[in-house]
Design a protein around this ligand. Structure first.
Ligand code: ZN
Ligand code: ZN
Length: 375
């Protein structure tokens, strides 16, 4: 059955009068783009089948002439069926067209030989991200079974030679298509390329040769790490067919600290002064990730003022300058006062005038900030 009713010229992106060489070039470019090792888009498979079918028709002068005169229906009446329509796997379609090796620059073979990667999660506090920390991260990795040394056979028993591949570990298939005849060599599906078949499966791994193993991985998390960053630990992932193990990717989650808001390497915090502290000045102690820091608050400090403690933010992962700590000062106004306190405040109010509250440019600054907020 045909896989497309779309115009074949349109599928390949060529003019109706395109030469054979132009058609071939367009097809190769599209195939390269749609190769399963290159593209992971879900529609890729359908698109490649369309492209392959269009090429199969347009690259054959007789079929092309039929299609030009009578279209898709004419081809169907003539008994045309795409050669690959019964292939289940897209990689089979590719193999049918190109054999092995066309995409030699795409290291698919190597990727298969190496073991799979493993994802793991490490959750740390902001304070740990500040200092850096070593944590034990649980991972589940497939490792060669120790009992059978990865062979899959119960120790002391024999394996038999694979009858499908005759012990060679590979199978060959010959296919015929528009490029000519191709010989495909693939790992034997029966023995998985080992050349031998397990007679008596190992009691531990049931003949698989590998076992899922729980492990604790000691992971050094560097100071300055950000939430969501990944750390790659080479060679600690799943065991591969040829020994090379995959990697472990540890995603680091940094739990927020209720005292701080992190912005890159900078930290923001808030500190509340009493009305009298703000008016008279005081020495405040504000939290940092390395203990409380002393902050001199001069008399007449206004609510909303921000002080910067340089270098008291997070360390930089790249070893650059540390971040800063921004302290926003708030002023608490008394909410419950006794008659005596009230009398004191009233006396103060009676003696205070506009000059008591004047602070130079600040009024204007406040107003212009307010105005710009409404603009
Ligand atoms: Zn075993
Ligand atoms: Zn075999």
């Amino acid at each position: 059955m045909a896989t497309t009713e779309r115009d074949y010229y349109e599928v390949l992106g060529v003019q109706r009068g395109a030469s054979g060489a132009q058609i071939k070039r367009a097809f190769r470019a599209l195939a390269r783009e749609l190769h399963p090792d290159v593209s992971s888009e879900p529609e890729t498979e359908q698109r490649f089948r369309e492209v392959a079918e269009a090429y199969e028709v347009l690259s054959d002068p007789e079929r092309r002439a039929t299609y030009d005169r009578l279209g898709h229906a004419g081809l169907r009446r003539g008994g045309y069926e795409p050669t690959f329509s019964h292939f289940g796997d897209l990689s089979d379609v590719f193999a049918a067209f190109f054999g092995e090796g066309l995409f030699a620059d795409v290291p698919s073979q190597r990727r298969q030989a190496r073991g799979g990667d493993v994802q793991a999660l490490a959750e740390i506090d902001l304070g740990d991200a500040f200092t850096g920390i070593s944590v034990a991260v649980p991972v589940e990795v497939a490792l060669a079974c120790e009992r059978c040394a990865g062979s899959g056979s119960e120790p002391g028993t024999e394996t038999r030679e694979c009858t499908t591949c005759g012990g060679g570990g590979t199978v060959r298939r010959v296919s015929q298509n528009v490029f000519g005849q191709f010989v495909h060599q693939r790992p034997c599906p029966e023995c998985g390329g080992a050349g031998s078949v397990v007679e008596t499966p190992c009691g531990d791994c049931h003949g698989q040769g590998i076992l899922l193993t729980s492990r604790q991985l000691e992971v050094d998390i560097p100071a300055g790490i950000h939430d969501g960053q990944r750390i790659r630990i080479r060679g600690e992932g799943h065991a591969g067919a040829h020994g090379e193990r995959g990697n472990v990717f540890v995603v680091v989650r940094v739990r927020p600290d209720p005292r701080f808001v992190r912005d890159g390497n900078d930290l923001h915090t808030a500190h509340r002064l009493t009305m009298t502290e703000a008016a008279l000045g005081t020495t405040a102690f504000v939290p940092t990730l390395s203990g409380d820091a002393r902050l001199d608050v001069p008399p007449g400090t206004q609510p909303g003022e921000v002080r910067v403690l340089y270098g008291r933010g997070m360390p930089s992962l790249q070893g650059e300058r540390k971040g800063d700590l921004y302290v926003r000062l708030d002023v608490a106004v008394p909410t419950t006062i006794d008659p005596e306190q009230r009398a004191l405040l009233e006396e103060f109010a009676g003696r205070a005038g506009p000059e008591t509250y004047a602070h130079g440019d600040e009024d204007e600054g406040f107003l212009s900030r307010l105005k710009s907020a409404f603009r």
